[in-house]
Design a protein around this ligand. Structure first.
Ligand code: GLN
Length: 244
């Protein structure tokens, strides 16, 4: 078995070491004897996402999101739209998550018309939502508790046709108002969690890998890994992040 992974915009969207999620995905496959092939596709690179099983997009500042707009609409946006509708798996973080929606209106009033692959929009706020936080994925998204770090001024609001990834237990999440965090639409996972998020949240990582493997092979069973260190790091943060 193998998974082909495309790391989109590693050159501009890699805030807080989000690229470390790629290493985590590869290791957790390698430890199970599953091959992973990673391709990096930055600004100016042509890419056919039909060749990939799992796409990753990290976070970035407002400036970087504006920088990649032209490239996005020169071809990658239509590739992403088609891959989403084809049930391909995406993990998108913060700015990369916002980019999957209809638009992002920065606090300075700059409107970035994004991909429109997921029915959501984001509006910049005067205060930044920063800090360690935790949220519970819904049962349909594996049900695990995710611990992470968020830093965004954008408030994201989900449209009727999409569900949140989870509910906030401590911190802000999508907008600090409705208790939702992230999004799940088809096999698109969006979260505000930087970090990188996956190493400290092995259950969440495996759920994403399982989704991609099932889309490619119809069914797949990931054998459990020890995860002693991962669980220790996760549980320490879960305790440290009290309810805010
Ligand atoms: N620029 C976006 C915001 O501030 C995303 C930030 C990020 O990716 N951390 O909301």
């Amino acid at each position: 078995m193998e998974l082909n992974i495309c790391y989109l915009y590693p050159d501009v969207l890699n805030l807080y070491g989000d690229g470390g999620n790629i290493i985590c995905l590869q290791r957790r496959l390698q430890w199970r004897g599953i091959t992973s092939n990673v391709t990096r596709a930055g600004i100016g690179d042509k890419v056919s996402l039909a060749d990939y099983d799992l796409m990753f997009i990290g976070g970035g500042q407002d400036f970087e999101q504006e920088v990649l707009l032209e490239d996005l609409h020169r071809g990658k946006a239509s590739e992403i739209l088609a891959a989403v509708e084809d049930g391909k798996t995406f993990l998108t973080i913060c700015g990369g998550y916002q980019m999957m929606g209809n638009y992002y209106q920065t606090h300075e009033g700059v409107r970035c018309d994004f991909i429109g692959a997921v029915d959501l929009y984001t509006v910049g706020s005067p205060t930044r939502m920063i800090g360690n936080y935790k949220y519970r994925c819904t049962a349909g998204n594996g049900g695990s508790l995710v611990v992470g770090f968020e830093n965004h001024s954008g408030k994201t609001y989900l449209g009727d046709g999409v569900s949140p990834l989870g509910t906030v237990e401590a911190g802000y999440g999508n907008n600090g108002e409705d208790g939702t965090e992230g999004v799940r639409y088809r096999n698109v996972f969006g979260t505000y969690s930087h970090g990188p998020v996956l190493p400290k949240n092995p259950e969440f990582c495996d759920y994403i890998l399982q989704t991609a493997l099932e889309r490619r092979y119809g069914s797949a069973q990931l054998e459990p890994l020890g995860d002693r260190e991962e669980a220790y790091a996760h549980d320490i943060m879960a305790k440290r992040i009290g309810a805010k």
